[in-house]
Design a protein. Structure first.
Length: 236
């Protein structure tokens, strides 16, 4: 029986002219099962927003062609209820209040942590009844409760430290996928740069020990490539 999580991905539109920011958001949200579609100017962003159905729209305030506030005003004027989050360097109170009064659902000031953005997206989806992520993720006999932040294996509670929980969640969102050490550093520890540390190996060792007591191993080392989570029935 295939226990892999079959959640449908969340599809969002990001209207952002800075390529580095667009890449940062796109890559950072992918492990959260959020697929980002991008537009690099205001006119293209408005066209895509009107032509397609999105779960959430992310709007930069300052855009070439048509600014984000004008796009927001146009979309709300057309009756669109899609949740919209502003991403901007304009952090003054009047700027934030103006955007919210025009119909934005949330406001994030650059630079921001992509994990916080993911959390805010999920809050909006829950609020509008559009939540795609299940509150429970199951892989074989391991169950992760995202709301309670608790883990059980074969019905028995597994006590994990917060970062061990984050590491397990990342593996469970990407089962049967080889994850390199650098990938884990980037998406679990937000270290998007070369660094000499054994933090991955230390946390993996503890996680394996806690999950592996009286049970078959599920996280395996792929020599020279990284690590993979597989149910016991198809372990390497």
């Amino acid at each position: 029986m295939n226990s892999r999580n079959q959640e449908s991905p969340v599809h969002i539109l990001l209207v952002e002219d800075d390529q580095n920011t667009a890449r940062y958001v796109s890559e950072g949200l992918l492990p959260e099962n959020i697929v980002v579609h991008t537009a690099s100017d205001g006119h293209e962003g408005l066209r895509l927003a009107q032509q397609c159905r999105w779960d959430v729209i992310l709007l930069d305030r300052m855009l070439p062609g048509m600014d984000g506030l004008s796009i927001l005003t146009r979309l709300r004027g057309d009756g669109m209820a899609t949740p919209i989050i502003f991403l901007t360097t304009m952090d003054s109170v009047p700027s934030r209040v103006g955007g919210l009064r025009q119909g934005a659902d949330d406001y994030m000031v650059k630079p921001f942590a992509v994990r916080e953005l993911a959390a805010r997206i999920q809050v909006l989806l829950r609020r509008t009844g559009l939540t795609h992520h299940a509150l429970l993720i199951r892989i074989a006999d391991i169950e992760l409760d995202l709301l309670a932040r608790s883990v059980t294996r074969n019905g028995r509670k597994v006590l994990l430290q917060p970062q061990e929980m984050n590491l397990l969640e990342f593996f469970m969102r990407n089962p049967r996928t080889v994850l390199s050490r650098q990938t884990l550093l980037k998406y679990v520890w937000n270290m998007d740069f070369p660094v000499r540390t054994n933090i991955v190996e230390t946390h993996l060792s503890r996680l394996r020990e806690k999950l592996g007591r009286n049970a078959a191993p599920v996280i395996h080392t792929v020599k020279g490539r990284g690590y993979i989570m597989t149910p016991p029935e198809d372990a390497l």
